[in-house]
Ligand binder design. Sequence first.
Ligand code: ATP
Length: 206
Amino acid sequence: MAVNNAILLFGGTFDPIHNGHLIIARAVAEQLAVEKVILIPSAVPPHKMDQQISPAADRLQMTQLAVSEDYLFEVSDCELHRSGPSYTLETVLHFRQLCGPAVQLFWLIGADTISDLPGWYKISDLLEHCTIVTAARAGCEMNDWHLLSDKLTSPQILRLKKHVLQTPLIEISATEIRRRVKNNQSIHYLVPAAVNDYIVSGGLYQ
Ligand code: ATP
């Protein structure tokens, strides 16, 4: 991968990818002045194992369609080639190998994910290999920091808090999009037009 300074990694179920993801990713990328944003659809999100999730091929294709005309974004299918749960640490190590030691690796999460972090695989190690940046999310108070104290050191928690960025509050969720499609409501402007077309023509979320 031809980058010199920094990339922003953004993993998600992306079922489907929506404009909330894209708007916050671009806003964070601009603030951090990264050269690329890599969108990484996850195969089996460890925290969503009990939910029904669309096939990886559909989520990957929607993600590719969403950013096909934006030079800032690339899509990686690296998590889809691995068996078992998608661990962020493995993905970050994959990009470290790909980019070399000099490139700074940022990992983007939405504020609702902070409370999940204690359950992430080897979270303390992960923080030594990348910088987690958090985007505010409508309805999320971000007062879950104390939940991290069993797994992380105080300096690590401080570093997480320092990397909460000011981003537009976009009240869009994939859950709401799936609900709207099921109810025959429009999802125009919630997802890129090409993603809307893909969902409609494939009969997804019916
Ligand atoms: P679902 O509603 O199915 O849980 P989601 O909309 O949260 O999906 P995911 O693919 O699970 O989308 O999210 C990937 C990452 O993007 C998570 O860290 C999540 O917090 C973040 N994210 C998703 N939507 C937003 C949003 N509107 N604002 C800020 N962060 C978001």
